[in-house]
Write a protein that binds this ligand. Structure first.
Ligand code: TUI
Length: 311
């Protein structure tokens, strides 16, 4: 299953590892790249120099291509945007905004630019401004999400742009990879399943929550703020829903949200931490190595796509 994306990036399998803030560090990204996918270091809201160190660590662990994600709401986005050029990063993905103002700089240093997009209009705008591909992320995804599902977003974006489309949101096994390809995607991005990978250094309590999650255990809070976030339900998500219900001033969301993701990822606080995860958490039931995850997903997808269907 070699696609335009594999050739464009020089990777073996069309699987990206989702850029999970505070979670996707050198350990996870290097393991995914070493296994033939595209490992991506998440900038999140971390200081720019931390990201430089993670890039250098990943380079020690693999000679294969590595990506960096820049979360555009981060106060450090400008600085990280320069660092990816200085460190010779091959691929940059972006989230939570559009990266137009960095495009010329990134193109000048030979970076492949792949923004995450939640709608057709933004996908077209990104293609016009020089993006090499787009990641169409459905609302099944964890963390900051758009409105549309992967099932309807991917084919519409595939029809609307000529650059390759990577499907994200709800993809955790080979069935979903095969489905994404049928919808017009040329690669997939997987976050939640890699969150429980052996090489992922997130707190054990967080992994356990994902492994135990059932179908209706995630919820989107904060739609009113313009930055809705999908998390696994807990005491904190109930507090956010209470803010939603009483139309609380937006500053109260900031107060409640500050430091909440780090509390879950680093300290394993499953009550007062923000446990970002996709709906597919319900289908993620085993801790495996990144290599096992990629091999299993690709083998299953290949079998399904090659099957002779009778109707
Ligand atoms: O960015 C994500 N997922 C994230 S970022 C994150 S860290 C965070 N923490 C607290 C609050 C907010 C963020 C956790 N998860 N996914 C990619 C994504 N990008 N989803 C939606 C978008 C997006 C939204 C609007 C991309 C572009 C866009 O453009 C709007 C415009 O008109 O510029």
């Amino acid at each position: 299953m070699k696609t335009r994306i594999c050739r464009m990036l020089g990777i073996e399998y069309p699987i990206f590892q989702g850029a999970m803030a505070w979670i996707a560090n050198a350990s996870l990204a290097a393991a995914v790249s070493e296994a033939g996918g595209l490992g991506i270091i998440a900038g999140g809201t971390a200081p720019a120099e931390t990201i430089r160190q993670e890039i250098r660590k990943a380079r020690q662990m693999t000679s294969k291509p590595i990506g960096v994600n820049i979360m555009l709401l981060s106060p450090h986005a400008d600085e990280i945007a320069r660092i990816v050029c200085e460190e010779g990063v091959q691929v940059v993905t972006t989230g939570a905004g559009t990266p137009g103002k960095y495009m010329d700089m990134w193109k000048a240093c030979g970076i492949t630019v792949i923004p995450v997009v939640p709608s057709v209009a933004i996908a077209k705008r990104m293609e016009r401004s020089g993006a090499d591909a787009v990641i169409a992320e459905g609302t099944e995804a964890g963390g900051h999400v758009g409105e549309l599902t992967t099932m309807v977003l991917v084919p519409q974006i595939a029809d609307a742009v000529d650059i390759p489309v990577i499907a994200a949101g709800g993809i955790g096994d080979g069935r979903a990879v095969a489905a994404a390809f049928m919808l017009g995607a040329e690669a997939v991005q997987v976050g939640t399943r890699f969150l429980v990978a052996r090489e992922c250094t997130v707190h054990e309590n967080y992994k356990k929550k994902v492994l135990e999650a059932k179908d209706i255990d995630t919820v989107v809070t904060g739609r009113r703020t313009g930055h809705p976030v999908r998390v696994i339900r807990n005491k904190l998500s109930r507090k956010f829903m209470e803010l939603d219900n009483r139309l609380a001033p937006l500053e109260e969301y900031d107060k409640l949200g500050t430091g909440a993701l780090a509390r879950a990822v680093l300290e394993g606080d499953m009550e007062n931490g923000s446990i970002m995860a996709g709906q597919v958490a319900a289908l993620v039931n085993r801790e495996q190595s990144c290599r096992e995850i990629i091999t299993e997903m690709m083998t299953e997808a290949r079998e399904l796509l090659g099957k002779k269907w009778e109707f």
